[in-house]
Design a protein around this ligand. Structure first.
Ligand SMILES: Cc1cc2nc3c(=O)[nH]c(=O)nc-3n(C[C@H](O)[C@H](O)[C@H](O)COP(=O)(O)OP(=O)(O)OC[C@H]3O[C@@H](n4cnc5c(N)ncnc54)[C@H](O)[C@@H]3O)c2cc1C
Length: 468
């Protein structure tokens, strides 16, 4: 066991007397505004631990694996190379590390996800059963307001966004946590990180806490004032691109909300509201863990198509060759960057569910595999919102028209041309209807795989039958 140097004071406790604590990093890969680090540092020297869990690593797509590895490399650098990485089932690994260290406690940021909650309960039980009964201490969550805490007037979870947002604004959130003086435990064996997968042509921005904070500052200075209007334009850089940093906890929403406090205007208000959507979906999933893959409102789930044609249509959608330019641009952006603009996520999701009559779960799975910000709460509840089985009040009749959506939100067609090279020769908004060009659809670009007007009628008919 490493020995603290005598006489050093850590968080007001004599380090000579204090037993070390383990800080188990998960979705909180940062050192600023980190309540679990504050709690761990107050107790004594801290061992920074990351457990590479095969149950999470296995199903992740390469984009998220690469992000995780690079983000952990940044965290390790910030820790002066002291990050201890162990591989295996956390239920075995964490108690083993705690025993090696004779740790006083294991500190975490509470996980609000379905798997994370089960895993943590099992780790907590294993630690309690170990010699010395090591406490498992949860501080904070990856959200501004902990999922499961806000309730409506009758004490039930919120079903829709607006009243949730009112309660969220009324209750508020804690100020960012100060960074504590921390004495890190040295010289504990680490199994090291796996190599980041080769992503071929996929372009990722810089991961890590420093990049996240830089991105936030740049967004706040340059884009936030116009955010309310610009956030719906996929052709321009108008949003924060912080979703992936939030997913890995490289920045906490508390830090962002504190940075918005003195910024007047619609931009800041709208951005705060988007962060609230993130909290809302985590709250929905907390209260209804089954809604990760089952409809929140089963009575609103229309029958979907199966069979060979359905599979062919799915493949055309996933590969970005439906013949609808904004849909194809979005699906190709996903494969190229591991990210898609929010407006386009809604358009492509609507197209899969309402034009191709395929189940939202199929699209959600594809998104989770390829998105760098892929998150079961925001993703799967977002899909349910589009499919009409989720938290929206009256959504079944909303069928996005890919042409009018394209013309409205990509008025000059720049977004489409960026991702669909076959259409680069088409100027202006005509790119959204290549079938109307005098020479017909440019060579190499597919014909439309469905007739949108007919499929819209079909979707409405299916909903009508369902509603009896
Ligand atoms: C079908 C579908 C799937 C989605 N899948 C994911 C996902 O896997 N992970 C994910 O983080 N977001 C998801 N979203 C929400 C949203 O599209 C992204 O958060 C957003 O595009 C990220 O870009 P940004 O950081 O520039 O957003 P900004 O516009 O800058 O928003 C700021 C932050 O607010 C949060 N936010 C914004 N919109 C939403 C929203 N609708 N729901 C929840 N949080 C939101 C995000 O954390 C985002 O980073 C999905 C939306 C849809 C319609």
């Amino acid at each position: 066991m490493p020995r603290p140097s005598p006489g050093r004071t850590v968080g007001g406790v004599s380090a000579a007397a204090a037993r070390p604590g383990v800080l188990w990093f998960r979705r909180d890969l940062r050192l600023h505004d980190h309540p679990a680090l504050v709690a761990a540092a107050a107790g004594g020297p801290v061992l920074p631990l990351f457990v590479l869990d095969p149950l999470l690593w296995g199903p992740s797509g390469d984009v998220r694996r690469a992000w995780l590895v690079r983000s952990l490399e940044h965290l390790d650098a910030s820790l002066g190379g002291r990050l201890v990485v162990r591989h295996g089932d956390p239920v075995e690994v964490v108690p083993r590390v705690a025993a090696e260290l004779e740790a006083a406690a294991v500190h975490v940021t509470a996980d609000a996800g379905v798997y994370g909650r089960h895993r943590d309960a099992a780790v907590e039980a294993a630690l309690a059963a170990a010699p010395g009964a090591v406490p498992f201490v949860r501080s904070s969550t990856p959200y501004a307001v902990a999922p499961g805490t806000l309730k409506n007037g009758s004490g039930s979870p919120f079903q829709v966004f607006s009243p949730f947002q009112r309660a969220w604004l009324r209750e508020g959130w804690p100020a960012p946590a100060p960074r504590p003086r921390t004495r890190w435990v040295e010289s504990v064996a680490s199994e090291g990180l796996p190599p980041a997968p080769d992503l071929g042509g996929v372009e990722l921005p810089e991961p890590g806490e420093r990049a996240a904070l830089r991105r936030w500052e740049a967004f706040r200075e340059e884009l936030l004032p116009a955010y309310a209007g610009a956030r719906d334009r996929p052709d321009k850089p108008g949003t924060s691109a912080l979703s992936v940093h939030l997913k890995y906890g490289e920045v906490h929403p508390r830090t962002l909300l504190a940075g918005l406090a003195d910024v007047p205007g619609e931009g800041a208000e709208r951005f705060r509201s988007e962060l609230c959507w993130r909290d809302f979906y985590a709250d929905v999933l907390w209260n209804r863990p089954d809604s990760a893959w089952h409809p929140l409102k089963p009575e609103a789930e229309v029958p979907s198509d199966t069979g060979h044609l359905a599979d062919e249509r799915y493949a055309a959608w996933a590969e970005g060759r439906t013949g609808f330019p904004i849909v194809d641009a979005g699906m190709r952006q996903l494969l190229r960057e591991g990210w898609v603009h929010n407006r386009v996520r809604m358009v492509v999701a609507s197209f899969l569910v309402k034009d191709l009559h395929l189940p939202w779960q199929r699209g959600a799975r594809h998104f989770l595999h390829h998105l760098r910000d892929g998150d079961p709460a925001s993703n799967n509840q977002g899909w349910q919102w589009v499919a009409g089985t989720g938290t929206d009040a009256a959504p079944y009749f909303r069928v996005f028209n890919p042409v009018t959506q394209g013309k409205e939100h990509d008025p000059q067609g720049d977004y489409v041309r960026r991702y669909v090279p076959e259409l680069r020769g088409v100027a202006g908004k005509a790119v959204h209807e290549p079938w109307l060009l005098p020479g017909g659809v440019p060579e190499g670009y597919p014909e439309r795989i469905v007739d949108h007007a007919a499929e819209r009628q079909e979707a409405l008919a299916r909903y009508a039958r369902l509603r009896g």
